[in-house]
Ligand binder design. Structure first.
Ligand code: GAP
Length: 507
């Protein structure tokens, strides 16, 4: 059962939390069709629950569905895209606009292919794959091993080592069950290749869709530093789509071929790297807490030597405990001066920083916090998902943090009576004009059904307009009052219209 503590924890509507909720008037007509408390909230136990809710309520749809879809492509629907946008905006606010040491860029997806040669991605951005000779299915060799033996870390091992493990453990094909039928592991480059120059007779030129956003920050280092005159330490942040030719995408939107990334490169002096590494790890964790993510499901895991990316001296992952195991949510890497140094060598441009006080010139080192936005949206859905059972019927409650909820306040006339609809519309207009709250207006179905629908999309607050509001029935609300209902505690409170905005506006 949820108590008042839970209510105040999740309520962004600061003053709302201080209302004397337990002494609220009884409002029997609004609770008749709905429980007054949750009996047994259970968190998500399988990804299928999220896939099904996403389709049913419009968070995420299968891509190109009317043509049978396209392997592992997904479209964010009306609620999912707003949820993702809310996370993105909170990231920009926290890490860019509210900081003096960060500059933001919006870079092109296509870059000169020399960028990817200098960054080491053409040579090193590889995964090892095996094919089943029996059913022709293709798998990422490290995933094949880790799925069978979750305690083993196979990421980063050489194709030869992976082949040996698969043989030694006699791992069967997950698709057809055959044993001993895998090819030896071979490397496969993850960069997505495309071509420029499609005119007839013209020779096409291979380019890559960006595999990470980071390179845009490195190649723009000089432009940004000279135009903003930022001094070390400072960061360059960006966000947008990244593309990877993943061998085995899957687990809904967890691993896809195209996904949204948000990342920044934080430029520092070499001798300060440990201090900034610790600082950014704490900031990443703090941000996750402020998103409302359950901290008991988070852990930090350091990469082994084998796992480290070609550019990194130290990397940690923040992992989340999903129904399909502990999985990487974000990464944090110390990239040394690897990228700037290589771009300087390959481009012939001077990418050094000059200390304005001492005129000392050097290549800065870099700490890189990187946030997978599409993956975080999935984790937000997973973390928020709860089920309750009332009279044998399953109900879903999405306990989004109010700052992320696609709809923050729903305005519900108790019935389709013209006078109630008119009053509710006035309240909607009042809130729309005087606040930045994301609002919904819903009048289809019984009030119980509408509460249920709002719980399922994670709306923290519902406002119900009844006959009391318009002065017609004093057994319902008092005149010029509405019932304000909290999603998490299910507590209801009568609030005067004069007081309403003050109660709802976030502090
Ligand atoms: N610039 C560093 C970098 O890109 P990464 O660990 O390869 O680091 C960063 O990726 C984040 O992007 C991951 O922590 C994860 O959240 C997300 N990510 C990586 N591959 C993904 C995929 N195929 N689909 C969805 N998200 C992915």
């Amino acid at each position: 059962m949820m108590g008042g503590g839970e209510f105040s924890r999740f309520s962004m509507f600061g003053r709302f939390g201080r209302l004397n909720l337990p002494n609220s008037r009884n409002l029997p007509n609004l609770t008749n069709h709905y429980p007054v408390c949750y009996s047994s909230l259970v968190a998500a136990t399988s990804l299928d629950q999220i896939v099904s809710l996403s389709k049913r309520r419009g968070f995420v749809f299968p891509g190109s569905e009317i043509y049978g879809g396209l392997a592992n492509s997904w479209d964010f629907g009306p609620l999912g895209s707003i949820l993702k946008e809310n996370i993105r905006n909170f990231w920009i606010e926290r890490f860019v606009t509210k900081r003096q040491d960060m500059a933001f860029i919006d870079a092109a997806i296509l870059m000169n292919p020399k960028v990817w040669e200098a960054s080491g991605h053409v040579a090193n951005f590889n995964d090892a794959m095996v094919d089943c000779k029996e059913c022709k299915a293709r798998f990422r060799a490290d995933h094949l091993i880790e799925d069978k033996f979750p305690e083993m870390k196979a990421d980063g091992k050489s194709p030869k080592e992976l082949t040996a493990i698969i043989k030694e453990k006699n791992i069967p094909c997950p698709r057809c069950g055959s044993k001993g039928k895998f090819t030896d592991a071979r490397t496969f480059n993850l960069l997505f290749r495309t071509q420029l120059g499609t005119l007839e007779g013209e020779e096409a030129r291979d380019v890559y869709l960006r595999g990470e956003i980071a390179q845009a920050m490195f190649v723009n280092f000089k432009n940004v530093q000279t135009t903003t005159r930022k001094r070390l330490p400072f960061g360059i942040a960006s966000m947008g789509k990244a593309f990877r030719n993943e061998i085995t995408p899957g687990n809904f939107i967890f691993r896809t071929l195209e996904f949204d990334l948000m990342e920044f490169e934080y430029f520092i002096r070499e001798n300060e790297w440990e201090q900034w590494f610790d600082y950014w790890l704490k900031e990443e964790q703090k941000w996750l807490k402020d998103l409302g993510i359950d901290s008991t499901k988070l852990r930090v895991r350091q990469h082994t030597e084998d796992e480290l990316s070609h550019y990194s001296k130290k990397t940690v992952d923040i992992e989340y405990e999903t129904p399909f195991g502990w999985k990487e949510l974000f990464g944090l890497a110390y990239r040394t001066d690897f990228d700037l140094k290589n771009h300087m060598q390959q481009s012939g441009q001077d990418l050094q920083y000059m200390d304005p006080d001492t005129s000392e010139k050097f290549i800065p080192h870099v700490i890189e916090p990187t946030f997978g936005l599409s993956r975080l949206t999935l984790i937000t859905l997973l973390d928020a998902y709860h089920e309750d059972e009332v009279e044998g019927e399953k109900r879903v409650i999405m306990k989004f943090h109010p700052r992320l909820a696609p709809v923050q306040v729903a305005i519900l006339p108790l019935s389709k009576d013209e006078r109630l609809i008119k009053k509710a519309q006035e309240i909607y207009d009042l809130l729309n004009q005087n606040t930045n709250l994301r609002l919904d207006f819903d009048l289809t179905g019984s009030i119980g059904k509408r509460y249920r629908r709002q719980d399922e999309i994670g709306t923290p607050t519902c406002i119900t307009v009844d006959f009391g509001t318009i002065g017609d029935d004093d057994k319902q609300c008092k005149k010029d009052h509405v019932t304000v209902r909290d999603r998490d505690s299910l507590l209801q409170k009568e609030v005067s219209l004069a007081e309403l905005i003050n109660i709802l506006i976030p502090r």
